[in-house]
Design a protein. Sequence first.
Length: 178
Amino acid sequence: MPLQVIKLCCQGCGADLRVMDEVRFVTCNYCNSKLEVVRDASVTHTRVLEKLEKTTNRIADELKILQLQNDLLQMDRDWEEMKKRLMLRGSGGQLHEPSRFSAIFMGGATGFVGLVALIIAIASGFVVGIAMGLGILTLGIWLGRNQYGKAARFYNLQRRYDADRQRMLALIETERRR
């Protein structure tokens, strides 16, 4: 079957175009519009590709925003999981954030009790009391230092999460403005 030339109209400028029947894309010689040759059941016509490209670009931009929003949700879920692992369990079983103040208070109070026990034991010459006082004092220092380290780690990770979250929100807002 010989190739046929078909006559079309440019949707960009209205110029007459003659193209081979099998051609799917063409550029108008008059306005340089990039066109797609569309073959429907009853008619063959052209469609300007720039509009299609703009729609495709808009959809791609929306997908990028959705991906960023999904990344933000994942970041929030990851932080909640990390936060649960870093939190401390109280005597009633409830979780609470580690606090530098409570670490200093707990370590100081335990250390103070150990120091008082040590002084009383030394004053009375009670050797076992001296060992107990030193043990309680050491425990107080260890507890305070341990809890303070947990609190510092918690707040450093929380600050990093907050900063990363703000950057992600700013990026989403920048993408929305485009």
